[in-house]
Write a protein that binds this ligand. Structure first.
Ligand SMILES: *Cc1c(COP(=O)(O)O)cnc(C)c1O
Length: 366
């Protein structure tokens, strides 16, 4: 599904040089590399401010806390996502409220709207997820949040670089969270994440929250955490990875175009990309008619890896038995995805030959 050794053979020289520069500088925590990376990331994203932190999960927690989410607050979100989205809400002491997805697998704003009109209890926050690298329609997202007075954190962990109607994901709301987990489109050599925002106040608060809630040395204004992006990761991200992000995304798009044009098995359907979305194809999902196990075994027998995103909905995870959560409606479409989805290999280091092998394995499954 990924090939980090091929990536290293391309970036290793620059990554080692970046690490050497950090070692020689003697600055290891919150130094010039983090600052420079934050500046370049914000520029790439066309948002004014970025704050680096320890992971995508932490970025979501920091974003929610910067917005003032507190114990007992309700947070509308999607059941079909990495469990980290739900964990971030729970880690703030808040209550996730799950609403169903649409035909693309992303939160369905229409059914959420119907449910919110009926809801008796106040929901104040919203964490939509730009799943699979697709962008949720930016205008609808904005109108929806306004109508229900929702303060929004966009989970952009899978969608860095994706746009909707030409606007980058994360720009429709108060704050965006992103992950640099190695498999993500901008993956570092370990764990990392960031929040992005237009607001100077939110950026300052996030910078404080990631660093023990300090506003100055030994002045702790907030109940913060230790979630700092390392100088080492920032240096490698800025010097070796971010300059390649555009090319990584282009390559993913080329692979996706071929899959969409050449996979012709009537038992495999590619869910539609949301209206206006220019996807970055973090994943390439197909919906399987028939036995998912048989399809995945067939792929494996042809030397093709596959995965499922996600086999169990967040509200159905064992961890949820210990906490309070709410569900709007039966989540039928999310369950359909959980039963039928298979992700095909897609990453910047796939060769044309490998892409052809995936296509022919898909087309030969009966
Ligand atoms: C990966 C991911 C996260 C969590 O990021 P980490 O860096 O692994 O903590 C959160 N949300 C989504 C949608 C993700 O894909």
């Amino acid at each position: 599904m990924n090939d980090f050794r091929r990536q290293w053979s391309e970036i290793g020289g620059q990554a080692l040089a970046a690490m050497g520069a950090v070692g020689r500088s003697g600055r290891l925590i919150l130094g010039p590399e983090v600052k420079a990376f934050e500046r370049d990331l914000a520029r790439f994203w066309r948002l004014p401010r970025a704050v680096g932190c320890g992971s995508g999960l932490d970025a979501l927690v920091i974003a929610l806390k910067a917005l003032g989410v507190k114990r007992g607050d309700r947070v509308l979100t999607t059941p079909l996502t990495a469990f980290a989205t739900t964990l971030a809400i729970l880690n703030c002491g808040a209550t996730p409220v799950f609403s169903d997805v649409d035909g693309s697998g992303l939160i369905d704003l229409e059914s959420a709207e119907r449910a919110l009109r009926r809801a008796r209890r106040r929901i104040r926050f919203f964490v939509p997820v730009h799943l699979y690298g697709h962008a949720i329609d930016v205008w609808r997202l904005r109108a929806f949040a306004r109508r229900f007075e929702l303060t929004t954190v966009e989970d952009c962990a899978q969608a860095i670089g994706a746009t909707s109607a030409g606007r980058p994901v994360g720009s429709a709301s108060e704050i965006a969270a992103v992950s640099f987990y190695p498999t993500k489109n901008l993956g570092c050599l370990g764990d990392g994440g960031a929040v992005l925002t237009r607001s100077a106040r939110l950026a300052e608060r996030a910078a404080s929250l990631r660093d023990y809630g300090q506003t100055a040395k030994y002045v702790h204004r907030f109940v913060g955490m230790n979630s700092r992006l390392d100088e080492l990761h920032a240096a490698v991200l800025r010097r070796a990875l971010l300059p390649r992000l555009g090319a990584f995304i282009e390559r993913r798009r080329r692979v996706a175009r071929r899959y969409r044009a050449e996979i012709r098995n009537p038992r495999l359907a590619v869910p539609p990309v949301p209206e206006g979305s220019r996807s970055v194809w973090h994943l390439f999902p197909v919906l399987v008619r028939g036995s998912r196990g048989s399809f995945q075994r067939h792929l494996a027998s042809r030397g093709v890896a596959s995965a499922v995103h996600y086999p169990v909905l967040a509200p159905d995870q064992g961890a949820m038995r210990a906490v309070h959560a709410e569900t709007l409606g039966p989540l039928d479409r999310a369950r359909f995805f959980a039963r039928r989805e298979v992700s095909l290999p897609i990453h910047p280091y796939l060769t044309d030959r490998e892409v052809e092998r995936v296509i022919s394995a898909c087309n030969s499954w009966t």
